[in-house]
Ligand binder design. Structure first.
Ligand code: HEC
Length: 164
C-alpha cells in the first residue's frame, strides 16, 4: 500500500468510483426490461381523497380525457414491462384487455354495471397489494407508488383497450 492511498482525498475518490460503478451496474440490470416503478403526476385530475372508491370515477365525464392521457403513460411506465405494450400480453402475465371480458357480454344493464364494479374493486385491490404467492413476488404492490388517481387513470386506459 502506498502512503498516497492513505490520504483521505484518495480514499474519497476511490469510494466515488466504486459508487459510480455500482450505479451503472444497477442501471444495466434495470435496462433488461426491469423498469423502476414511476410515481405519476395526477394533480391535473379531480382529487379523490384517501378513501378508496369502488368504481372508476373517470370512466365517463369531463375528466375522462385527462385520465386517459395520464393512464396511458402510467401504464407504459409501470405495467407494460410485464403486461405488454398496449396491454397485449406476451403470455407471461394476464392479458389486461380481457379484464372486463365477462361483463361485456351481459345484456342486463344493472347486472353489467354490478359486474364492472366488482372488476374495478378487484383491479384496484390487485394493483395496490400486488401478487405474492408462496413468498414469490409475481407482481409488486403499487400502494405507495401510485396514487388512487393514477390507478383509476390506468384503469381508464385499459377500458379503451378492451376486446370487443
Ligand atoms: C413484475 C411484473 C408485473 C408488473 C410490473 C405488473 N404486473 Fe400485474 N400481474 C403480473 C402477474 C405475473 C400477474 C398474475 C399473478 C398471478 O398469477 O397470481 C399479474 C396480475 C395482475 C392483475 C390481475 C389479473 C387477473 O386476471 O387475475 C391485474 C389487474 C394487474 N396485474 C394489473 C397490473 C397493473 C395495472 C400494473 C401496473 C400498475 C401491473 N399489473 C404491473 C405481473 C406484473
Amino acid at each position: 500500500m502506498t502512503t498516497l492511498s492513505k490520504t483521505p482525498g484518495v480514499r474519497l475518490a476511490r469510494g466515488m468510483v466504486l459508487a459510480a460503478l455500482s450505479l451503472s451496474a444497477a442501471t444495466l440490470a434495470w435496462s433488461h426490461g426491469d423498469v423502476v416503478p414511476q410515481s405519476v403526476d395526477t394533480t391535473t385530475l379531480p382529487q379523490l381523497g384517501t378513501k378508496w372508491l369502488d368504481a372508476n370515477p373517470y370512466s365517463k365525464g369531463p375528466a375522462h380525457k385527462e385520465a386517459l392521457r395520464i393512464g396511458t403513460s402510467a401504464y407504459n411506465q409501470n405495467c407494460a414491462r410485464c403486461h405488454g405494450l398496449e396491454a397485449i400480453s406476451g403470455g407471461m402475465s394476464p392479458d389486461l384487455r380481457k379484464l372486463d371480458a365477462d361483463c361485456m357480454g351481459l345484456a342486463d344493464a344493472a347486472k353489467k354495471d354490478m359486474c364492472f364494479a366488482e372488476m374495478s374493486e378487484f383491479f384496484a385491490g390487485t394493483v395496490r397489494r400486488g401478487r405474492v404467492r408462496d413468498g414469490r413476488v409475481y407482481m409488486p404492490p403499487f400502494e405507495n407508488i401510485l396514487t388512487q388517481e393514477a390507478i383509476w387513470a390506468i384503469k381508464t386506459y385499459l377500458e379503451t383497450r378492451r376486446e370487443p
